[in-house]
Write a protein that binds this ligand. Structure first.
Ligand code: ASP
Length: 348
């Protein structure tokens, strides 16, 4: 007994003087959660082929981010890597597949946040940056600012080495057709086409009712215990006058804080801004002690619904607990943990 006590005391002493104790702790657990937008996603409206294509890109994004985390990369690297995969796909309303503005241009928004330092970066209305999420990260890491807009943001990203493309890179036929269709009715639309004509006619000059939000986002927890979140979008079809949604707004579309959670949102941006969705979820955890899922439910299923806002969030806490909550018909979403098994979902 006496001997084991002495041994214990000696081990504690050794641990205390060991240089290892100065190295920050790592764990073998890590998690990545992604979304590719929420909205009126019904199985009956989807072809087997389309569903396969969406799932393939979601899987690819998960694997890309997983590789980063597995190789001891940071949550910020994983978030950026996963989002870039979806930005490079024409399927999602971000990067390559961005929707058209009223003026037949593509104006992209993105933001990123580091849960460890609470540093954040965002760009809005960029037209030439191939991967707006990278531009957002450049703003966070290389400038003293949080948000840059328009031409200035494009120029700054270029000066710091972001990949620049001709605006025609963002042309996709299906998005252009969607614009032409919606221009006839002079409405704004969130991603794809409206189907419920009766609802549309009743809601003159408002948003369409049958919505799909193809915005993309990711939240991650790395082996160092750090959280990060990012979101990227083309915004709304037929948007005008420099309209900016929630995606590049820290606290609305994106938020990360190691003390609480990392959140990325998708949905009808105006409502998400007014509800300060992402920060609200964090605040419910911080001030009321709610779990990440309870907090997400509270904001997405109650607060947003009361206001009439449609969409969803992905959220992740520092213990790897996940919430993928949406009040719409579906949300392209998925997660992967340290075991490397990718899980993707579309419908409720
Ligand atoms: N939240 C985005 C916006 O309002 C749209 C989306 O999620 O697809 O710009």
């Amino acid at each position: 007994m006496k001997l084991s006590n002495t041994f214990l005391a000696f081990s504690i002493f050794l641990t205390a003087i060991s240089p290892m104790s100065a190295i920050s702790k790592t764990t073998e657990t890590y998690t990545l959660v992604i979304h590719g937008g929420a909205g009126t996603l019904l199985k009956k409206d989807m072809t087997i082929q389309k569903e396969k294509e969406y799932k393939a890109v979601l899987n690819q994004a998960l694997i890309k981010g997983y590789d980063v985390l597995k190789n001891k990369g940071t949550s910020l690297d994983a978030v950026e890597a996963a989002i870039k995969v979806m930005e490079d796909s024409p399927l999602f309303n971000a990067g390559k597949g961005a929707v058209f503005t009223h003026e037949e241009t593509n104006e992209l928004d993105a933001s990123i946040m580091d849960g460890k330092t609470l540093k954040a970066g965002a760009v809005a209305g960029v037209k030439t940056v191939k991967n707006p999420i990278t531009a957002a990260r450049i703003v966070m890491e290389k400038s003293p600012h949080v948000m840059m807009t328009g031409k200035g943001a494009d120029e700054y990203a270029k000066s710091k080495g972001a990949e620049i493309v001709d605006p025609s890179y963002f042309y996709t036929e299906h998005r252009y057709k969607a614009l032409k269709k919606i221009q006839e009715s002079e409405k704004l639309e969130l991603d794809h086409n409206s189907k419920k004509k009766s609802d549309l006619n009743n809601k003159k000059n408002s948003y369409s009712y049958d919505k799909k939000f193809g915005t993309v986002g990711a939240v991650a927890l790395d082996i160092y215990g750090n959280l990060a979140a990012g979101t990227s979008t083309g915004g709304m079809t037929n948007k005008r006058f420099g309209r900016v949604g929630d995606s590049p707004i820290i606290g609305a579309g994106t938020y990360a804080n190691n003390d609480t959670c990392a959140v990325s949102a998708t949905g009808h941006g105006e409502f998400f801004i007014r509800s300060v969705v992402s920060h609200d979820i964090s605040a419910l955890m911080e001030y009321k002690g709610l779990s990440v899922d309870k907090a997400s439910q509270e904001v997405v299923m109650k607060k947003l619904v009361k206001l009439g806002g449609e969409g969803g969030v992905i959220a992740l806490d520092r213990n790897g607990n996940i919430s993928m909550t949406f009040n719409s018909e579906g949300m392209y979403r998925g997660y992967i943990k340290s075991d490397g098994k990718a899980n993707v979902f579309i419908y409720k």
